[in-house]
Design a protein around this ligand. Structure first.
Ligand code: GLU
Length: 275
């Protein structure tokens, strides 16, 4: 299979140097391998994603001389597919409903894939209790039920190998606990939608920041459960600000817009990133 990689930003703010680094790393890798470079807009979070950021991201990437295949996949247009993937897991009893306050769920659902690992001491409710909460219309999150996954996979559970950062690794999904992969009225977390789309789009190499290194273990398990291939993972160092902290969308000075307005060229951006 040919080389195919992607850049998958969420339109929740303007792209900054950290995004530029990810996008350029992936784009350069695709070019070096005479492979494909895809752009995917991960816009499932309707409360945080804004169309103007989507438009701005395309402008900024084009300014950086990055070219991608069209059409661009926008996750919000494919919610039905993620719902179907979730249904497969629900039907096989591999997920359970976790009832906690809406606020807790919203805070935890991995729209922010970079949030600290979602390790919680969590367990399914007794059926009677669950029925009560459902009848009351309470909100819930779908958590991957690792004990069930282990039972279902049998010996494969201990034999989930994948390639990351030049080494063969054994997936240890328990590192992330019973991760949230969807919620009541929302069929996909970042994890589920991203894994689904990487396979659907034929992505062979996932190139992204090292803050998602742990998440790869969960992604490999989801791929196994859904019968999807494992891409090769490459994690790069994060771009830090002058205080040694990772860049956030609120760091306006590091946005590509601000850098461009300050007179920088795309070549300057590459030089800043040592690319
Ligand atoms: N939308 C995710 C982000 O904003 C993509 C992460 C990935 O490349 O898998 O970082």
């Amino acid at each position: 299979m040919g080389f195919s990689t992607r850049f998958a930003p969420s339109p929740t703010g303007y792209l900054h140097l950290g995004h530029a680094f990810s996008a350029l790393m992936a784009f350069d890798a695709a070019r070096a391998a005479a492979g494909r470079f895809l752009l995917r807009i991960e816009d499932t979070d309707q409360t945080r994603c804004r169309p103007e950021f989507d438009t701005a991201m395309l402008e900024d990437l084009a300014w950086l001389d990055i070219a991608w295949e069209v059409p661009v996949r926008r996750q919000r247009e494919h919610m039905g597919e993620y719902a179907a993937a979730l249904r497969m897991l629900v039907e096989r009893g591999l997920v359970y409903r976790c009832f906690r306050t809406r606020k807790e769920i919203m805070a935890e659902i991995p729209h922010a894939p970079h949030a600290p690992a979602d390790v919680v001491a969590s367990a399914p409710l007794m059926p009677a209790l669950e029925a009560e909460r459902l009848a009351a219309g309470d909100a819930f999150a779908w958590r991957l039920w690792l004990d069930r996954c282990r039972e279902t996979l049998g010996p494969d559970w201990d034999n989930l190998w994948f390639e990351a950062d030049g080494a063969m690794l054994k997936a240890e999904p328990a590192r992330l606990g019973d991760a949230i992969i969807a919620r009541k009225e929302f069929p996909a977390s970042y994890h589920l939608a991203s894994v689904w789309d990487d396979a659907l789009q034929g992505v062979t190499h996932v190139i992204r920041g090292e803050d998602l290194r742990e998440a790869a273990h969960l992604h490999v398990l989801l791929q196994k459960l859904l019968g999807l291939p494992h891409p090769v993972y490459q994690h790069h160092a994060l771009v830090l600000d002058q205080h040694g902290k990772r860049l956030a969308k609120r760091d306006q000075a590091a946005t590509l817009r601000a850098l461009r307005e300050a007179g920088n060229t795309p070549g300057d951006i590459r030089a800043l990133l040592r690319l």
